[in-house]
Design a protein around this ligand. Structure first.
Ligand code: BG6
Length: 502
């Protein structure tokens, strides 16, 4: 594994904890090795190992740190300094790889190159990888040794730039060599969406416009932009969360059953559903989408600053940290069913879920005086994080014999709940662990294909363009630590629905 951007945040926060966990579970080949490439010229193998060790000890993804596991992995971790946009750097990489791999036969020198770098350096790196011969184009996916390229999001900044990037990448490499990461797909519960839908027969007959009234997909974060103000100002919540994570959740929820669980069969279905999402227009956007920024607020007595006061953020920034939007999928299954998507930073808590709300019963005879609570429709909730699991809520009769006195049954909502940790113990593997292993074994189902990325940009582009042309004045706000702006409540209430507040 060659990591570009080795001294960056992702490497220490996600990649090394994932590698450590794979090592602890004996899922790495004995001679697996990492060559970390970073700008720091003075860094050495030893000093880099020490930094990664410190990062692992701090990581909350590493439970029960075992020094023996680390020692074995650490001796297979190497560092090479250089500027990855310069051809010289690749000569250095070749030299180091030759040392590391010298004992292996040529056809076993499989390599993957992980681009944990800002999008501005994607292009030079992929070009150099190709020109240096480190990643030759292999039309045949069975060719050995294999060479793969893993790209982090964001993949492009717009439909146009994503297309250009795809065009470039696919001239240099074959599609099967390119692993576009959307780490949400590595989350246990996200993969479970397909299992729940297609390994059970009770859900699928209800999974359509006849029985579903609407779907809410939420990815709420408690954190603010932290030290990423510079990146975030350019990205904003729509590029950061909607174009990839939320649309992936929508695609998995709404897609048709694939003929097989193979990478292409699953991705074909996802592309089909993304292509059926109705495009927003300048006429529909004002009543279909809301943007906002967090303002100062307090959480558990701690004062939190507003977005415009965060480091590297313009005082008059127009970048939304929250968005909510109503989408429609124009196909036979979903026509007319609203899919509400929302995501924000600095919300009340970290919580992601997919909630499928079913139609209310056509006729209710349990109302009556003294029991005028509105009955809740059934909701099937797939909790993505935290407390991963599934719950179904339904109405039951409250026990007691009061019926005779009051002439009506008392009815109350209850939850039937499945929790991963209760059922299986602490098993949810961090997303990056799953995804790194998939790269190594050549399993592409959880990675986005070029046409899928473009289909997602097509959905998002009209919204981004409209918002960049129509300044919000004033920009709606929500206090840090809240559930979002009042404008979003209005958006959903137009259809007689309400946001769920878990
Ligand atoms: C990333 C975004 O893709 O996902 C971040 O760039 C966001 O802004 C993160 O915080 C959320 O991921 P997770 O796994 O922490 O929910």
């Amino acid at each position: 594994m060659v990591i570009f951007g080795a001294t960056g945040d992702l490497t220490k926060r996600k990649l090394f904890p994932a590698l450590y966990s794979l090592a602890a579970e004996h899922l790495l080949a004995p001679d697996f090795a990492v060559l970390a490439v970073g700008r720091e010229a003075t860094e050495t193998d030893q000093s880099f190992r020490e930094k990664m060790l410190a990062a692992l000890k701090e990581s909350d993804e590493v439970k029960n740190f075992d020094d023996a596991v680390w020692q074995l992995l650490a001796q297979r971790v190497f560092y090479s300094g250089g500027d990855a946009s310069d051809a010289q750097c690749y000569e250095g990489i070749k030299v180091r790889l030759a040392e590391i791999e010298h004992a292996r036969p040529e056809e076993e020198r499989n390599r993957f190159f992980y681009l944990a770098v800002p999008p501005s350096v994607f292009e030079p790196i992929v070009r150099h990888l190709s020109e240096s011969g480190l990643v030759p184009k292999h039309e045949d996916s069975k060719a050995r040794p294999w060479a793969r390229v893993v790209v982090e999001k964001p993949f492009g900044h717009s439909l146009e730039t994503a297309r250009a990037l795809n065009a470039l990448v696919l001239t240099l490499f074959a599609e099967h060599q390119v692993y576009r990461i959307d780490h949400f797909l590595g989350k246990e519960t996200v993969q479970n969406v397909l299992v729940l839908r297609f390994a059970n027969s009770i859900f699928e007959p209800l999974w359509n416009r006849r029985w579903v009234s609407h779907v809410q997909i939420t990815a709420a974060e408690a954190v603010g932009v932290e030290a990423r103000g510079k990146y975030y100002e350019e990205a904003g919540v729509v590029r950061d969360m909607f174009q990839n994570h939320l649309l992936q959740l929508l695609a998995l929820t709404a897609m048709e059953p694939p003929p097989a669980m193979t990478a292409d069969a699953v991705r074909d279905e996802k592309v089909k559903v993304l292509k059926s999402v109705r495009w927003m227009t300048p006429e529909s956007i004002p009543t279909s989408a809301v943007r906002a920024q967090y303002s100062a607020g307090a959480v558990k007595g701690n004062l939190l600053s507003g977005y415009r006061d965060e480091p590297d953020v313009a005082r008059d920034s127009q970048t939304p940290t929250y968005a909510a939007a109503r989408f429609y999928i124009d196909n036979w299954r979903w026509k007319g069913v609203p899919f509400y998507l929302r995501s924000g930073k600095r919300m009340a808590k970290r919580y992601s879920e997919i909630a499928v709300t079913f139609q209310s019963p056509p006729h209710l005879m349990f109302g009556g005086e003294g029991n005028n609570r509105e009955l809740q429709p059934n909701v099937l909730v797939l909790r993505v994080q935290p407390n991963e699991g599934v719950s179904l809520n339904f109405e039951v009769k409250v026990p007691g014999a009061a019926v005779a006195l009051t002439q009506h049954l008392e009815v109350a909502p209850v939850d039937m709940d499945f929790s991963y940790s209760e059922a299986f113990g602490e098993t949810a593997a961090p997303a990056y662990e799953t995804l790194l292993l998939d790269v190594m074994i050549g399993e592409m189902t959880l990675f986005t294909r070029s046409d899928e990325v473009e289909a997602a940009w097509k959905i998002i582009d009209p919204l981004l363009n409209y918002w960049s042309e129509h300044i919000a004045s004033p920009m709606p706000t929500y206090p840090a630590g809240s559930w979002g702006p009042a404008e979003a409540d209005r958006l959903i209430s137009l259809d007689g629905a309400r946001w769920r507040t878990p």
